[in-house]
Design a binder for this molecule. Structure first.
Ligand SMILES: [Mg+2]
Length: 149
């Protein structure tokens, strides 16, 4: 059984920094996604063939490997990871098909809408800062638009 995981936001959560109006300022990595990272460990423990497939460009490989090194210290089963693949900005479909992935975890609905036949998609939840504060800011601008009407 081949199981694949996206990297950014699926395994490595990012958090959004916003200004006092709730507008986006920046975002950055904060550590493992607590919903999906345990599924990666379970997959490795189960003896599945596990790959990371990211649409990142391979120039950023060092950064990905640094995070895997950090995680490996507390999760030795990460040594069983079968591979890390970079699709250089392309959809992951062809790589997932070539690997024979039967289950793919991703935060990107576009990727999940383009999985190979026989591959089950699992949506990875984003850090709440991506949506909650966006919601608050949307409510604030809705109220502003009502008041100015
Ligand atoms: Mg992602």
């Amino acid at each position: 059984m081949v199981i694949t995981f996206d990297f950014d936001d699926t395994l490595l959560w990012t958090e959004v920094e916003r200004d006092e109006d709730g507008e986006y300022v920046d975002h950055g990595p904060i550590g493992e996604n607590p919903h999906v990272f345990p599924r990666l460990l379970d997959a490795l423990d189960s003896g599945a063939e596990v790959h990371i497939v990211t649409s990142r460009r391979s120039e950023t490989k060092g950064e990905v490997m640094d995070w895997l090194d950090v995680w490996r210290k507390h999760n030795p089963q990460l040594r069983r990871l079968a591979g890390v693949h970079f699709t250089e900005g392309q959809l992951k479909h062809d790589t997932l098909a070539r690997l024979g992935s039967r289950q793919h975890f991703d935060d990107d609905p576009e990727e999940l809408a383009h999985l190979p036949d026989g591959c089950l998609g699992v949506r990875a939840p984003l850090h709440p800062s991506w949506t909650q504060k966006l919601g608050e800011s949307a409510v604030r601008s809705w109220v502003r638009s009502l008041l100015s009407a």
